[in-house]
Design a protein. Structure first.
Length: 104
């Protein structure tokens, strides 16, 4: 007879419910501790000791697919002046543009 588990967990302790999160000391340790058969696209882990940064397998589960999570989901960040931004021939949807004043 199987038991049904509730998927709405409410932990009462300061620890993630998914032990795969870590945090791990570095990327190589994380890749060793979370083998590919325990990964899924979207899995987030923590790496770092003093400051823990979130990494995730965004588009695959291979070692090379592990990337740093960035604000806005952008992998590229470009700082431009307003006039440089307006002069761009094409806006890359995968880039986060930070616009600064033209006056330096």
């Amino acid at each position: 007879m199987s038991a049904t588990l509730n998927d709405n967990f409410d932990t009462q302790f300061p620890k993630p419910i998914d032990s795969r999160f870590g945090p791990y000391a570095d990327i190589s340790t994380a890749l060793t501790q979370v083998p590919s058969y325990r990964r899924y696209e979207g899995l987030t882990i923590g790496i770092g000791s003093d400051v823990v940064e979130e990494y995730w397998w965004k588009e695959g589960i291979a070692d090379d697919d592990l990337i740093l999570k960035t604000s806005g989901g952008s992998e590229n960040i470009d700082t431009l002046t307003q006039s440089e931004y307006e002069a761009l021939p094409e806006i890359d949807p995968n880039t986060l543009y930070i616009i600064t004043d033209d006056v330096i």
